[in-house]
Design a protein. Structure first.
Length: 249
């Protein structure tokens, strides 16, 4: 059994992660490492986190629909391209050892910190370059599906980058499509984790409750409100967890 203080901490971090995931992306960079540091094997931590992601995205999609921000036809079209890669990625994730997964996760989180710190001028040049090739979005969705199925952490950043730079979609619509796409491709991933017995249902329930709560309120707020503060918090939290994954402290 888990100690009550750890469960309370997990719920609190899940609420923050749900809020961050909808507004900016990167919430799983908080929850997945915490699950691993609590002692879960990497595949179980990965599968448990997916259950919470499913709840969070359902909550966010429903909330956005109530706010009249939705385009299910286009979101579904993009989602379909992510499904094959998501299934393959999830299956491979169940085969990776704990040490290998921790190493991959640590390097991914370093990449996330770098991507957050990139100047806006770099992002602007990136958008201007790839906006001339809209058909690249289909290739991007295939690879993002695989990455999301395998590790999930930071996939929101990749989706936002792809949708904004290749299709030049505004930020509100980008967030709307992002949560729907993550919802859809996580369905086959979750099925694979469940049937391979890689889900801790107690922790999944706590994570789901926290993430769903955070996502609900985040979807109701202006997308840009508080983004700078969130980025600062996210960078600090990711840096601390990354150091822990590398056994530096």
């Amino acid at each position: 059994m888990y100690e009550i203080e750890y469960l309370v901490l997990l719920f609190s971090m899940a609420s923050m992660a749900g809020f961050i995931n909808v507004m900016a992306g990167g919430g799983s960079s908080l929850t997945l490492p915490i699950l691993i540091l609590m002692g879960l094997d990497a595949p179980i931590a990965n599968g448990t986190n997916r259950m919470a992601i499913l709840t969070m995205t359902i909550s966010a999609v429903y909330s956005m629909k109530r706010e009249q921000v939705s385009d299910f036809k286009f979101s579904t079209k993009m989602s379909l391209f992510t499904l094959p890669g998501a299934a393959i990625g999830a299956y491979l994730a169940t085969l990776v050892s704990n040490d290998d997964f921790k190493s991959i996760l640590a390097y991914v989180m370093i990449f996330i910190i770098i991507s957050i710190l990139l100047p806006k001028s770099f992002k602007k040049r990136f958008i201007e370059t790839f906006s001339h090739y809209p058909k690249l979005i289909y290739i991007a969705m295939i690879f993002i599906g695989f990455y999301g199925g395998f590790i999930q952490v930071g996939v929101g950043f990749l989706l936002m980058l792809a949708l904004e730079s290749i299709l030049n979609i505004n930020l509100i619509k980008v967030n709307m499509h992002k949560v729907f796409i993550v919802l859809i491709y996580n369905i086959p991933a979750i099925i694979i984790f469940i049937f391979s017995d890689n889900v801790d249902y107690l922790l999944a329930l706590i994570l789901s409750s926290g993430m769903g709560l955070g996502a609900w309120f985040s979807a109701k707020l202006a997308i840009k409100k508080g983004e700078k503060l969130i980025k600062v918090f996210l960078i600090i939290a990711i840096a601390l967890v990354t150091l822990k994954l590398f056994n530096i402290y």
